[in-house]
Ligand binder design. Sequence first.
Ligand SMILES: Cc1cc2nc3c(=O)[nH]c(=O)nc-3n(C[C@H](O)[C@H](O)[C@H](O)COP(=O)(O)OP(=O)(O)OC[C@H]3O[C@@H](n4cnc5c(N)ncnc54)[C@H](O)[C@@H]3O)c2cc1C
Length: 498
Amino acid sequence: MQIQKKAVIVGAGVGGLATANYLAQNGYAVEIYEKNANPGGRCGQMIQDGHRFDLGATILLMPSLYKQVLSELGIDLEKDLETTSLEPVYKLFFSDGSDFAFTRDPSQMKMQLEAIELGSFQKYQKYVKEGYEYFNLSMNDLLGKNFDHLFQFVNFKSMRLLLKLKTYLYHTDYIQRYFTHLHLRMAFTFQNIYVGQNPYEAPAFFSMLPGAEIAEGALFPKGGMHRIVETLIALADKQDVKIHYKKPIEKILVDGKRTYGIMLEDGTIVHADLVIANADLPYVYDQLLPDKRKAKSLKKKKYSCSAIVFHWGLDKVYPELEHHSVFLNDPYKEGLEKIFKEKSLSGNPSFYVHAPVRTDKSAAPENQDTISVVIPVAHIDEKYDQDWKKLKQIAREGVIRRLEEAGMYDFEEHIKFELCYLPKTWESSCNVTRGSVFGSLSHSIFQMGYFRPHNQHKKYKNLYFAGGSTHPGNGVPLVLLGAKLTSERILKDAKINY
Ligand SMILES: Cc1cc2nc3c(=O)[nH]c(=O)nc-3n(C[C@H](O)[C@H](O)[C@H](O)COP(=O)(O)OP(=O)(O)OC[C@H]3O[C@@H](n4cnc5c(N)ncnc54)[C@H](O)[C@@H]3O)c2cc1C
């Protein structure tokens, strides 16, 4: 009889929970140790006075990736999570008072586009078709597989792929081939922010984001994004995965070329045959492992931007807001430079609003609203004089002023309570390096594919990683895909070693 192997996972984020389920499904005894009282990490939830908030992730994009992973675990995305496909995907609001529904309905899209710029609908069709091709190409050849050695990545085929994906061109230069009007250029490039990037510095193949939005849409699981976490936990329970909350791990224990388990903050030692670190990878190298050389080199990498998030319980519902609304404010380029170059925030920041009551009444008491606002902001950088109290005030005033301009005149008066997450809150609550919540490591071309930190430790071969800072990247769909890739590597290694 084969002895059951024991896997210990550091963190109950989406990456940790999905990996736990893969391994349990394949006969491993799995234990998860989570520092917080609740699961989900950046996909966590808070309920206050009947208002339910998704604390971090709110948009379910790229449903094909969710389906690919969840179906392997026996979860049916649409049925088990009771999803609704959102239409429009979101509504954009511009500073001049105009708005634009980011719709999947071709006739409505045509009407809106042609009213802004004659001939733009045909160009739009080409742009999103190509974007979706980049999405499929990247999933097949860049993001959706494990790389074992450099030459699998740096070879003639992948060089051709990188050219095809227009990695030599900035997204904002590429969009100029399609649209002249600034609002259209903004509408089809701002999505870089989802992965913590400046569209003025990101490669053109990130047109895969709007491409995938139009091709696949955005879903909303009943109960919010945290439903994904709940579903993974329900499955983990069925598979006897043990989850220990309020158990911060202080060290991953190593001996020679192996890890033999973990040490908790209270000194308890837990032995394991293998360890999977779901906590943010640069943090793991810096704080939980002994070798500081790699930690030092990771500090020099590029990091994604961060976010200031306001969660508001309101005693009034504002019909002006869609389920997802995005306010792209002038001056747009300068606003991005404030975040990415000056490591600060513009006085008139762009932001995103989540208003789930539009789709799911259970998110707030009757005739009340649950609103979360995400304002992209610089990550924590000690080299800059960042006054977070002041930046929080700038963000709050900017958001309320803009909502009033959009017709929500009495918005502030109707706020019953407020919860605010600053970059340092993300850093302390989830151990995300520099509070860079959309990474932490950025998705620059030299930090993707083979160049992104690998999901297996170079020296300690039974130490693996699953989460946003390892291959393939951040965002719930990629983290799920990453959990699958990490699990495949573990299972492949187990076959070789036995
Ligand atoms: C404001 C915001 C908006 C977002 N919007 C979206 C969106 O709309 N759509 C989308 O797809 N993605 C979105 N994301 C990104 C998404 O939330 C993340 O990609 C994803 O949740 C990351 O999962 P993870 O498993 O990699 O890491 P995490 O969620 O960070 O999980 C890691 C876990 O490890 C735990 N941990 C850390 N250190 C220790 C330790 N020493 N001991 C024990 N446990 C430890 C942490 O507490 C945490 O629970 C957003 C994120 C934020 C913050």
